[in-house]
Design a protein around this ligand. Structure first.
Ligand SMILES: [Fe+2]
Length: 289
């Protein structure tokens, strides 16, 4: 529970506040961009919700916050926000909320598919999500983009008898994963194409779904302020040059229309324009050394 005694001085007055336990993961800013902003060190409330829709978004942020750093001064009924998770972004693809501290608050996703549902990275293991996943037919496969965002994947795998997929070079974080991908070639597993994209970590992979949806972990995301895609230079743990090469490779996947990252913002592009965005990102990244 967030503590009013620890609330940040930057919060505007009103019901919602962020306290000093915030780790600046950015999840709240993505769920409620009209309410939560960034000081550079923390997230904070720059504007209280003005409408019912903004109130619901702020409540979702409170539930998604991995460190329970968001609070309200008055008791709030969070049931509607809770029931809205996992939140459908496009037909069949949901964002889970309940971001895990173990993955530094990365977003995770749930994909519904007649041949078996997939989880992309892992949210906190919560009763609510387990119940919803059960009602939607369980989880067949858990794709782990990389070693940082494994969180509670083992608990979900055990509960749902699901197969976890991770690359050998990042498998130290999930040694008992059911499928360990070797090598650098694309791997087809059911409806998912798994693409080897080292750079952020040595064994990072992304998931291409139905040719159109790209789940990018910490490899690639939308930068709203810069109006382009790219990667976080300050959060590249293996090799920036290798990461740029891995991004260049994404040009091959011309039909991508949506990018769903772990950290960073989601991005949508017009049909057939993805290679141009990738090219622009690569040029920019080469200038950031
Ligand atoms: Fe990461």
């Amino acid at each position: 529970m967030a503590k009013a005694s620890l609330q940040l001085k930057e919060n505007v007055e009103g019901n919602f506040f962020v306290d000093s336990t915030c780790i600046d993961c950015g999840a709240c800013r993505r769920f409620a961009p009209a309410v939560f902003g960034e000081t550079g060190e923390y997230s904070f409330v720059y504007r209280q919700p003005q409408t019912d829709a903004e109130e619901l978004e702020a409540q979702r942020s409170l539930l998604a916050c991995p460190t329970a750093s968001i609070g309200t001064h008055h008791t709030a009924d969070l049931n509607q926000a809770k029931q809205s998770f996992p939140l459908e972004l496009v037909p069949g693809i949901h964002i889970n909320g309940f971001n895990a501290r173990d993955s530094f608050g990365a977003d995770s996703y749930f994909i519904r598919h007649p041949q078996g549902n997939w989880l992309v990275d892992s949210p906190r293991f919560t009763k609510h999500l387990v119940k919803v996943f059960e009602a939607k037919g369980g989880i067949d496969t858990i794709f782990l983009t990389h070693q940082d965002d494994v969180a509670d994947a083992r608990d979900y795998a055990r509960h749902f008898q699901a197969k976890r997929i991770i690359h050998r070079l990042d498998a130290g974080a999930a040694k008992d994963a059911e499928i360990i991908v070797e090598g650098e070639e694309d791997t087809q597993i059911g409806p998912g194409t798994i693409i080897f994209t080292p750079g952020h970590t040595r064994g990072h992979q992304v998931l291409l779904w139905e040719d159109k949806f790209l789940f990018t972990g910490d490899h690639f995301s939308w930068f709203p302020k810069l109006n382009r895609f790219g990667s976080f230079r300050g959060a590249c743990w293996f090799s920036w040059d290798v990461q740029i090469q891995s991004i260049e490779k994404l040009k091959l996947y011309q039909n991508v229309e949506w990018v769903f990252p772990g950290h960073g913002h989601r991005g949508k592009v017009e049909q057939q324009s993805f290679p141009d965005y990738v090219e622009e990102a690569v040029t920019w990244m080469k200038s950031v050394q």
